[in-house]
Design a binder for this molecule. Structure first.
Ligand code: KIV
Length: 285
């Protein structure tokens, strides 16, 4: 059952600003070679509300496995998780295109399996698009979905769901054979109809070659500033984790600030200075 239309305007969870017109998939697709696409991940309503005014694309990434659930990879992430977080992000956004990652095991077996999973994601979340990892092997699936009304974002290079085949999360494409394979993968999903493509963790010259070779916009993460847009995991960019990949620029130190704030709260509780007068109810005289 769909939950994304529930009206929560009276709740503190939904401080809705003046309604904005949501960007569309064709408008994002038309940004090839133009104004860079600003994208971040989001997994919760509140984070979506805060990021949405600044972003063109919010991705409910399966990185939520590590970021939200403390899993060691994206492999255990389920469709249930993606649907629940996807609906939360759609509820918290008015402007950006919201796309949802297809989790490992929900799409690789066949185009029909992918359609069934993607249709569930679209119905239950209200998102406009899905993203799936893979190149030539996924081209038929990308074409199957797009011809049936499901916009798809491709994802090539470092594909974290394939970590067991890749042997780790290092940058891809240093050897010419692997570089040629990634270029062929990108061309295949582009020709199959994806409207945008994530280029993750690859040597910069390959990211530039792919960006020139494909007709859809490329969105880089650990790729190149010459991609048609950039994406980061929001919590990485905000400095919520001490350890982040080399390609992450930490724009804040949320981990440090949250620690300091929790410490101030703990000190107040121990000193019985919280709650104070402003935070307590007195009988009306
Ligand atoms: O899962 C994710 O967050 C992603 C982005 C980092 C591109 O795939």
């Amino acid at each position: 059952m769909s939950t994304y239309t529930i009206e929560t305007a009276t709740s503190r969870a939904n401080p809705t600003p003046a309604p904005m017109r949501r960007l569309t998939v064709p408008k994002l697709q038309a940004r090839k070679g133009g104004e860079p696409i600003v994208a971040l991940t989001a997994y919760t309503t509140r984070m979506a509300q805060l990021l949405d005014p600044h972003c063109d694309l919010l991705l409910v990434g399966d990185s939520l496995g590590q970021v939200i659930y403390g899993l060691s990879s994206t492999i255990p992430v389920s469709l249930d998780m993606m649907c629940a977080h996807g609906a939360a992000v759609v509820r918290g956004s008015w402007h950006a295109v919201v796309a949802i990652d297809m989790p490992f095991g929900s799409y690789e077996a066949s185009p029909a399996q992918a359609f069934e999973s993607a249709a569930r994601v679209m119905k239950e979340t209200g998102a406009a698009a899905v993203k799936l990892e893979g190149g030539e092997a996924m081209a038929e699936t990308v074409s199957f979905l797009t011809r049936r009304g499901i916009p798809v974002i491709g994802h090539v290079g470092l594909t974290p769901q394939a970590v067991n085949m890749l042997g780790g999360y290092g940058a891809r494409g240093s050897d010419p054979k692997e570089s040629a394979k990634i270029l062929a993968d990108a061309k295949a999903v582009d020709a199959a109809g994806c409207f945008a493509m994530v280029l993750e963790g690859m040597v910069e010259d390959l990211a530039i070659d792919v960006t020139r070779a494909v007709s859809c916009p490329t969105i880089g993460i650990g790729a190149s500033a010459q991609c048609d847009g950039q994406i980061l995991v929001a919590e990485d960019m905000l400095g919520l984790f001490e350890r982040t990949p080399r390609f992450v620029k930490r724009y804040d130190d949320l981990a440090g600030r949250i620690g300091a704030t929790a410490s101030a709260y703990a000190a107040d509780v121990r000193a019985r200075t919280f709650p104070g007068e402003d935070q307590t109810y007195q009988r009306k005289k």
